[in-house]
Design a binder for this molecule. Structure first.
Ligand code: AMP
Length: 399
């Protein structure tokens, strides 16, 4: 007997995250894991269901010298534990879908060429996403490959939220505010529709606060504004990314300090944000327990920017019916949620401290005009659902 499954892949610069879903009915997760440090000192971590002890081990360099060999290692593991599983479809997280892709796509040669053409828009992520697709195509020539884009959920922004005030030709060249974390927002918005349809129909700000962080204004289930822009650098400060800075800083670094563009990029992507401000760590748990001034200042800035963006997004939405937290920090840090919500009754938000401390789903008081909620995100299932949908939409091949 074979079991129809979908494999989902999220290929980063030196990591390959994977999960396996039983897609006979509503996708049900069977396994999840990752290979990290690909090409250096690779490690494999995987959870293969409740009956099997969690796998965590070093890999040899040969087992994960690149994405292709890392995928082969993952597949060997999955085949051993799920011999009856047959992957008819592989769903990929792809950071950039450019101006046109507002839905998941079956990856054909033409689509792959277009995604390659978008690499200059996301040079840090897109080439690795494509490497993941190529590795999966080689490993499963018969499986359908489906690309799910982090930009897609935001593709219907009104023009004022899509443009920069640059010469018009740049808009035509694709220099636009794309917004990212779209798979996470799609999931959270879908959950809101399921558990609180009236709120979903209203004005919602979702704060995805993880190592990457952004916020999204959603009106009746549609994204109308995001704090992220042309790249995943803009908006909130993140673990190591700077968030919003005056572009004049780049001129200063290049012209006055003599830095190369690659050095500036490295500073903005890898040495800034919580890490840069604290000088200690990009990890919120470390900063919360550090008890030193620089860590506190980094947290102060993180909270300040979130509160500021919340005001801006509420203005874009014409008010606020719900603030929803997700991501590692948003789902787990009571302290950060408390600091964000403190004194926001002017915008209708009143936090219930006991509910917040219990990590309840609804953490606002019964009297709060707007709701405050915590909805754990799940980007993988959004990919698995899209993969299943597109697989089922394929014309049946005659035997
Ligand atoms: P993510 O990228 O969504 O996995 O989120 C990673 C971030 O969530 C890191 O900064 C973690 O320190 C943070 N995080 C996870 N659990 C907690 C927690 N219990 N308290 C504070 N921060 C947390």
């Amino acid at each position: 007997m074979t079991l129809p499954v979908a494999l989902t892949l999220n290929a980063g610069s030196s990591s390959l995250k994977f999960s396996l879903y039983d897609i006979a009915g509503e996708p049900a997760q069977m396994a999840i894991g990752l290979v990290e440090n690909i090409g250096k000192q690779p490690r494999l971590k995987a959870t293969l269901g409740e009956a099997v002890p969690r796998v965590e081990r070093e890999l040899t360099t040969a087992e994960a010298s690149d994405h292709k060999s890392a995928l082969a290692t993952v597949l060997a593991l999955l085949r051993k534990h799920f011999p009856e599983a047959r992957a008819g479809v592989v769903g990929h997280r792809v950071v950039h879908g450019g101006p046109h892709y507002s839905e998941p796509m079956v990856v054909t040669d033409e689509v792959l060429a277009e995604l390659n053409g978008l690499s200059p828009f996301a040079p840090i992520h897109q080439p690795h996403n494509i490497a993941g697709i190529e590795a999966a195509r080689a490993a499963f020539p018969e499986a359908l490959q489906v690309a799910c884009f982090d930009t897609a959920f935001h593709r219907h922004h009104p023009r004022v939220n899509d443009v920069f005030a640059l010469p018009r030709e740049y808009y035509d060249k694709g220099v636009r505010r794309y917004g990212f974390h779209g798979l996470s927002y799609e999931y959270v918005s879908g959950e809101l529709k399921r558990i609180a349809p009236l709120l979903h129909a209203g004005r919602v700000v979702v704060a995805h606060l993880g190592n990457g962080a952004s916020m999204c204004g959603i009106l009746g289930g549609r994204s109308v504004a995001s704090t992220m822009g042309f790249t995943a650098l803009d908006g909130l400060p993140m673990g190591t990314r700077c968030g919003q800075v005056d572009p004049g800083v780049i001129f200063y670094m290049v012209q006055q300090e003599g830095r190369t563009i690659d050095e500036v990029r490295d500073i903005f992507y890898n040495k800034s944000g919580l890490l840069g401000l604290s000088g200690i760590s990009n990890d919120m748990r470390v900063l919360e327990s550090a008890g030193v001034e620089a860590a506190d200042e980094a947290i102060d800035y993180f909270v300040f920017r979130i509160r500021r963006e919340l005001g801006g997004l509420a203005a874009a939405l014409g008010g606020l019916d719900a603030l929803v937290f997700c991501g590692g920090i948003g789902e787990n840090s009571r302290k950060i949620r408390r600091r964000i919500c403190d004194g926001l009754d002017w915008i209708g938000l009143e936090l219930d401290h006991a509910r917040n401390d219990r990590n309840d789903r609804v953490i606002s008081t019964d009297f709060s005009r707007s709701h405050i909620m915590v909805i754990p995100t799940n980007e993988e299932i959004v990919i698995a659902r899209a993969a299943k949908r597109l697989l089922n939409a394929q014309p049946a091949v005659a035997a």
